[in-house]
Design a protein around this ligand. Structure first.
Ligand code: HEC
Ligand code: HEC
Ligand code: HEC
Ligand code: HEC
Ligand code: HEC
Ligand code: HEC
Length: 503
C-alpha cells in the first residue's frame, strides 16, 4: 500500500487547485519563458529581421493568454462546484517516479509537450511567412488587390516584395500592419471594402524605413536625359519628339555634390513641411521650408482661402518624403496618352491608320462597367470607324492587331470592377494630367516677402530639342524655349497644364 500523498502547503486560494488551472499555469509558464527568451535573442542580435516580431509578440502571447484563460476558467468552475455543494474536483494526478508506469507517462507527456510546442511554433511561423509572400498579398484577395498586383508586376519594383514597402522590418510596424491587415481580411470576406481601395495609405511607413533602405538618398546627384515620343491627335498622327534633361539633383550638402535640383527636397539639408486641404493631398495651400542656416519661409496659396491663424490649428503638418512625389512607384496606372504613344512607337498600332491616335485613346477611355464590356467596346470603336473605308480590306489585319494591343493595355491599366484607373490614382511625378509638382510650384504660393515657389520651366528640366512632324528640330545645349505641340497661344505659360489635360 503506497502512503497517501501529503497535501503541500497552499499559497493561493484553494479554488486554483484543480486540473484545468494547473494545465493553464503550465502552458502560460512555458510561453512566458519562451517570450523572455525570444526578447533576449532580439535584444542581443544586431541583425534586424522583419520576421522576428511575430513569435515574440503575436504567437507566444496567444499561448500565454490561452493559459491564463484556462487558469481562470478552472477557478470559476471550481467555485461553482463548491457553491452547489459538489465535492471539490480531483486534484493534480499523483505522480511517483519510483513507479515505472508513472515514469513512462511523465516521459511521454513531457516529450509530447515539447514536440507540440515546437511543431505549433513552426507551423505558426510558416503561416506567418506565407502572409508575407506576394502570393498572399496580391492573389488571395484576388479581385480586391488585382489592380495593385497587376500594375506592380509591370513596375521597376516587380521583384521587391509587397511587405518591403508596405511594412518594412521591426515589430511595431509588423503588429500595426497585421492588425489593420486582419481587419482587411475581415472586410474582404464580409464584402465591406471600399472600391477603389482608398489612397493615400493612411499609416504607410515613412519612406526612410522603406525606400531609403535600398535607395541611398545621399547618392543622387546627376542630371538625366529623357527622350519622349508623342503622336498628336490629328489625321496623320503626327510624330513629335522632345528631348529633355531632368535635373535629378541631390539632397545632401557636400559629399556627393551640392543639394540642388529635384532631390533638393529630400529633407537632408532642407526640410519641407506642408498642409493638404484634401484627403488625397492634391491641394496644398500651406508650405514651410527650413533651410540649413535655420531660416524659415512659409508660402501660402493665394488662390485658396487658407487662413493660417485659423486653419493651421489641428491640421496635419506633413514632412515631405519620397512618397509625396513618388506616390506610384509600384502601382502606376498609365494615362491613355502614354499608353497609345507607347504602342504607336513600338509599332503595335499601325501609324498609317488615319486618326488612330485619337481613336485609340477614346477606345481605351470609354465608359465601361466590366473588362468584358471594354474588350467589346474597344473593338467596336475601331471597327465602326474603319469598316466602311476604302483601305479596310488592306488594313484589316493591322486593325485587328491594334484592337489586340489596346485590349492588352486596357487589362493592365484599367480595373472597372474595382473602380481603378489613372483618373482615380493620379501620379504626383509631373504636372500634366494631375497637379503633381504644381501643387506647390504653380506660381501662386507666396511668402511674406512676396517671393513665390518657382514655376520656371527650367528649374526642373531643360528642353534640349523639340521636333514636331517634319519641322526642323529646334536644338540648343543650353535649352530651347518650350513649344506646345498644339498652337494654344502660349497659354501654357500661365495656365496649368491640368486645365486642359486632366481627366
Ligand atoms: C516600391 C514600393 C512598393 C511595393 C513593392 C508595393 N507597394 Fe503598394 N503602394 C506603394 C505606395 C508608395 C503606395 C501609395 C501610398 C500613398 O500614396 O500613400 C501604395 C499603395 C498600395 C495600395 C493602396 C491603393 C493605391 O493604389 O494607392 C494597395 C492596396 C497596395 N499598395 C498593395 C500592394 C501589393 C498587394 C503589393 C505587392 C504585390 C504592393 N502594394 C507592393 C508602394 C509599394
Ligand atoms: C528592396 C529594394 C527597393 C525598395 C524597398 C525600393 N526600391 Fe526603388 N528601385 C529598386 C531597384 C533595384 C530599382 C531599379 C530597377 C530597374 O532599374 O529596373 C529601383 C528603381 C526605382 C526608381 C526608378 C524607376 C524607373 O522607372 O527608372 C524609383 C523612382 C524608385 N525606385 C523609387 C522608390 C520608392 C519611392 C520606394 C519606396 C516607396 C522604393 N523605390 C523602394 C529597389 C528598391
Ligand atoms: C520633389 C519630388 C521628389 C522627391 C521628394 C523625391 N523624388 Fe525621386 N525623383 C523625382 C523626379 C521628378 C524624378 C525624375 C523622374 C523622371 O525622370 O521622369 C526622380 C527620380 C528618382 C529616381 C531615378 C533616378 C535616376 O537617376 O534615374 C529614383 C531612384 C528616385 N527618384 C528615388 C527617390 C527616393 C528614394 C526619394 C526619397 C528619399 C525621392 N526620390 C524623393 C522627384 C522626387
Ligand atoms: C509640398 C510642396 C512642394 C511640392 C509638391 C514640390 N515642391 Fe519643389 N520646392 C518646394 C519648395 C518650398 C521649394 C523651395 C523654394 C525656394 O527656396 O524658393 C522647392 C524647390 C524646388 C527646386 C529647386 C531646388 C534648388 O535647386 O534650389 C526644384 C528643382 C524642385 N522644387 C522640383 C520639384 C519637382 C520636380 C516636384 C514634383 C515632382 C516638386 N518640386 C514638388 C516645394 C514643393
Ligand atoms: C517643379 C518642377 C517643374 C516645373 C516648374 C515644370 N516642370 Fe515640366 N515636368 C516636371 C517633371 C518632374 C516632369 C516629368 C514627369 C514624368 O516623368 O512623367 C515634367 C514633364 C514635362 C513634360 C513632358 C510631359 C509628359 O508627360 O511627357 C513637358 C512637356 C513639360 N514638363 C513642360 C513644362 C513646361 C512648359 C513648364 C513651364 C511652364 C514646366 N514643365 C515646368 C517638372 C516640372
Ligand atoms: C488650353 C489648353 C491646354 C493647355 C493649358 C495645355 N495644353 Fe497641352 N495640349 C492641348 C491640346 C488641345 C493638345 C492636342 C491634343 C493632341 O494632339 O493630342 C495638347 C497636346 C499636348 C501634348 C501631346 C499629347 C499627346 O497626346 O501625345 C503634350 C505633351 C502637351 N500638350 C503638354 C502640355 C504641357 C506640359 C502643358 C502645361 C505646361 C500643356 N500641355 C498645357 C491643350 C492644352
Amino acid at each position: 500500500m503506497p502512503t497517501p500523498p501529503r497535501t503541500p502547503e497552499r499559497k493561493l486560494p484553494s479554488v486554483f487547485y484543480n486540473l484545468r488551472s494547473m494545465i493553464g499555469a503550465w502552458i502560460s509558464g512555458v510561453s512566458l519563458i519562451a517570450i523572455l527568451f525570444l526578447m533576449l535573442v532580439e535584444l542581443t542580435s544586431n541583425q534586424e529581421n522583419p520576421y522576428s516580431g511575430i513569435l515574440t509578440f503575436v504567437i507566444m502571447p496567444i499561448f500565454l493568454l490561452g493559459g491564463l484563460g484556462l487558469i481562470a476558467l478552472g477557478a470559476i468552475r471550481e467555485h461553482q462546484r463548491r457553491k452547489h455543494d459538489l465535492p471539490p474536483s480531483r486534484q493534480s494526478p499523483v505522480l511517483d517516479m519510483n513507479i515505472e508506469r508513472h515514469r513512462r507517462i511523465a516521459t511521454i507527456v513531457a516529450g509530447g509537450s515539447i514536440l507540440f510546442l515546437a511543431l505549433s511554433s513552426y507551423g505558426a511561423f510558416k503561416a506567418y511567412e506565407y502572409t508575407e509572400t506576394n502570393a498572399f498579398c496580391g492573389q488571395i484577395c484576388h479581385q480586391v488587390m488585382n489592380p495593385e498586383y497587376t500594375a506592380y508586376q509591370a513596375s521597376p519594383h516587380a521583384r521587391v516584395k509587397c511587405v518591403e514597402c508596405h511594412i518594412g522590418s521591426g515589430a511595431k510596424w509588423f503588429v500595426k500592419s497585421k492588425i489593420s491587415g486582419s481587419y482587411q481580411v475581415y472586410s474582404v470576406l464580409a464584402q465591406k471594402y471600399p472600391k477603389p481601395i482608398p489612397t493615400p495609405v493612411s499609416n504607410l511607413r515613412p519612406s526612410r524605413d522603406t525606400c531609403e533602405r535600398c535607395h541611398w538618398p545621399e547618392k543622387f546627384y546627376t542630371d538625366k536625359m529623357s527622350s519622349r515620343h508623342y503622336y498628336l491627335a490629328d489625321e496623320d498622327n503626327t510624330h513629335m519628339r522632345l528631348d529633355m534633361v531632368m535635373h535629378i539633383g541631390g539632397g545632401a550638402m557636400g559629399q556627393l555634390g551640392p543639394a540642388k535640383g529635384i532631390h533638393w527636397h529630400m529633407n537632408i539639408a532642407n526640410e519641407i513641411e506642408y498642409v493638404a486641404s484634401d484627403e488625397r493631398r492634391q491641394e496644398i495651400p500651406w508650405v514651410r521650408i527650413t533651410r540649413p542656416d535655420g531660416s524659415v519661409s512659409v508660402y501660402i496659396d493665394e488662390d485658396s482661402d487658407f487662413d493660417p491663424d485659423a486653419d493651421l490649428d489641428g491640421a496635419e503638418v506633413r514632412k515631405m518624403d519620397c512618397i509625396d512625389c513618388h506616390n506610384r512607384p509600384s502601382h502606376n496606372y498609365q494615362t491613355p496618352m502614354r499608353l497609345v504613344n507607347g504602342a504607336l512607337s513600338r509599332g503595335e498600332i499601325d501609324r498609317s491608320l488615319p486618326w488612330v491616335k485619337s481613336l485609340a485613346m477614346q477606345a481605351l477611355d470609354g465608359d465601361y462597367n466590366t473588362v468584358d464590356e471594354a474588350m467589346q467596346g474597344i473593338e467596336k470603336t475601331l471597327q465602326e470607324e474603319y469598316q466602311d473605308e476604302d483601305f479596310y480590306p488592306e488594313k484589316k489585319a493591322a486593325i485587328a492587331d491594334a484592337v489586340e494591343a489596346l485590349r492588352a493595355l486596357y487589362k493592365r491599366n484599367y480595373f472597372p470592377e474595382m473602380g481603378v484607373s489613372w483618373r482615380e490614382f493620379p501620379n504626383n511625378l509631373g504636372h500634366l494630367t494631375s497637379s503633381g509638382c504644381f501643387r506647390c510650384h504653380d506660381g501662386m504660393h507666396v511668402d511674406d516677402q512676396g517671393d513665390t515657389i518657382t514655376r520656371d520651366c527650367s528649374t526642373c528640366h531643360t528642353f534640349l530639342a523639340e521636333q514636331v512632324g517634319a519641322d526642323p528640330a529646334a536644338f540648343a545645349m543650353n535649352g530651347v524655349d518650350y513649344r506646345h505641340p498644339e498652337d494654344i497661344d502660349g497659354m501654357w505659360r500661365e495656365t496649368d497644364c491640368t486645365e486642359c489635360h486632366a481627366p
